[in-house]
Design a protein around this ligand. Structure first.
Ligand code: LM2
Ligand code: CA
Length: 483
């Protein structure tokens, strides 16, 4: 389904990239549940290759469907899913099902395998289960993205390509995914979906179980979002997949990053029809993000994507994303890495064992964990999105340049100044008269505001001043943070 299966009134998920299950379980209870987040995209939970240096991308090289990975054991995974569901936070699994491992010979669950002879006894898969004979390129790799046959049937960067059209292979994948559904997983990111035939994926989805009714209600289907990088210009379109689920709309983060960076003559004012008005897929078909684990390090669709390295601009882009009613957002939650080493794995003790996430007194993270989702401007905007609900954009204002404002019905209102001079305006907020806490400059806690207080008059208007030199050149208010 295209429905994220969220608990009521939760609209923002987080990708806790490379986090351990024990940490995610804690995070659901102590932070994501209380702060109104809807779900967590977790790193691939199944057995993966162990590659020298322990790069993050070893987890995109499956060895078997045993639930023993760098993030933890099967028991820890089950405990996490239960605790997150109890906290009102859904778990979405990154399902790597297009291929198996190209490197290594012993997996994270201890299984020996041989990528050369395509022997993966932990499933088991053998050479018969891979599609080499269907691939017509000289190298056996994908050489030309203008040829859909190659893109689907040949090897992606040398990774042995599973014959998903074969019943036995499909059934092994279905078995794996149904085991996760029975544990309580609410949905899947389908990794490398561009590299699988839509009809095979449709068959697969049709064989998935309903979600457990005691947690989700009767007849609920798993949430599906396909990773299909379509920036235009290739024959494979994201719309080849939207009939079966959502698709990651990669143009969203690319275009939004370009606008906030003011590249190519872009301006914030052009965002007034962001979404289908910019040629993107329909709202309900889209899963969106500013950046993801690939493009933040120049893999996948790279380019001018904003990331945590761009601090201030990243917060502007994220604030717009969470304020704007389009798509299902997933916030990237990163660990720090050396930009000259894009393979660098998560903070670890050097043996490939991932460190615990450190939580500081001010709610931020330490120990190399960036935790964008714990930045005040970002977690407060997740609450803004919940407060805005399904209200439409109203009261759009812009200065013809990089100063914009809009409301979400009469529930929430945001102003952004990305010009290099100050903003001074009387603006229509659409909100009921009263005093509101600006959730950019502070928090609304126990009925008090630690940031700026914004007064909305009986006519719905307020006088806004935002200097271009402020830490965050934005003001955001909503009815759930009214004084
Ligand atoms: C994805 N989506 O379609 C993931 O989001 C992306 O992170 C995965 O690539 C990719 N597809 C395959 O699941 C990553 C990483 C690659 C890495 C692969 C496999 O971006 O660089 O490839 O995982 O681990 C690595 C090496 C590459 C080598 C390959 C096979 O970087 O040079 O190719 O392993 O040995 C010879
Ligand atoms: Ca394939």
């Amino acid at each position: 389904t295209k429905d994220p299966n969220s608990a009521p009134n939760r609209h923002t998920a987080v990708h806790l990239f490379e986090w351990k299950w024990t940490d995610i379980a804690n995070e659901c209870e102590r932070f994501l549940g209380p702060y109104g987040f809807s779900g967590v995209q977790v790193s691939p939970p199944n057995e993966h290759a162990l590659i020298d240096g322990r790069p993050w991308w070893q987890r995109y090289q499956p060895v078997s469907y045993k639930l023993q990975s760098r993030s933890g054991s099967e028991a820890e995974f089950i405990d996490m899913v239960n605790r997150c569901n109890n906290a009102g936070v859904r778990i979405y699994v990154d399902a790597v099902i297009n291929h198996m491992a190209a490197g290594g010979n012993q997996g994270s669950a201890g299984t020996s395998y041989n990528p050369g002879s395509k022997d993966f006894p932990g499933v088991p898969f053998s050479a018969w289960d891979f599609g080499d004979s269907l691939c017509k390129t000289g190298s056996g790799n994908i050489e030309n993205y203008n040829d859909p046959d190659q893109v689907r049937n040949c090897k992606l960067v040398g990774l042995p390509d599973l014959l998903v059209s074969k019943d036995y292979v499909l059934d092994k994948i279905v078995e794996f995914m149904n085991r996760l559904i029975n544990i309580g997983v609410a949905g899947f990111r389908i990794d490398a979906a561009k590299h699988m035939w839509p009809n095979d994926l449709n068959k697969l989805i049709g064989k998935l179980n309903n979600l457990p009714s005691q947690t989700f209600g009767n007849n609920k289907r798993p949430f599906i979002y396909f990773e299909v990088i379509d920036l235009g210009g290739e024959p494979i379109k994201n719309t080849d997949y939207t009939w079966m689920g959502r698709v990651s709309e990669f143009r969203y983060g690319k275009f939004l990053s370009e606008v906030v960076r003011k590249k190519f003559g872009q301006k914030l004012k052009y965002l007034n029809n962001f979404g289908t008005g910019w040629g993107m897929i329909p709202d309900g078909d889209a899963q969106i993000m500013v950046d993801n684990h690939d493009n933040q390090r120049g893999h996948g669709a790279g380019g001018d994507i904003l990331t945590f390295f761009d601090g201030r601009l990243y917060k502007i882009a994220t604030a717009f994303m969470l304020a704007w009613p389009y798509g299902y957002p997933v916030i990237m939650s990163s660990y720090n890495f050396n930009r000259n080493n894009d393979a660098q794995g998560p903070p670890s003790n050097g043996n490939g064992n991932t460190n615990n996430v450190i939580i500081n007194a001010d709610l931020s993270c330490g120990g190399g964990w960036i935790c964008e989702h714990r930045w005040r401007q970002i977690y407060n905007m997740a609450r803004f999105r919940n407060a805005a609900g399904f209200q439409p954009v109203q009261n759009w204002w812009d200065n013809g340049n990089n100063q914009i404002a809009f409301s979400r019905g009469n529930k929430a209102f945001i102003v952004i100044n990305n010009d290099d001079h100050s903003l001074d305006q009387s603006l229509q907020t659409g909100l009921p008269q009263g005093q509101y806490c600006d959730i950019m400059s502070g928090n609304f806690e126990q009925g008090r505001c630690t940031g700026k207080v914004i007064t909305v008059g009986g006519d719905g208007r307020t006088k806004v001043t935002i200097s271009n030199s402020e830490e965050d050149p934005m003001i955001a208010i909503h009815v759930d943070a009214k004084l």
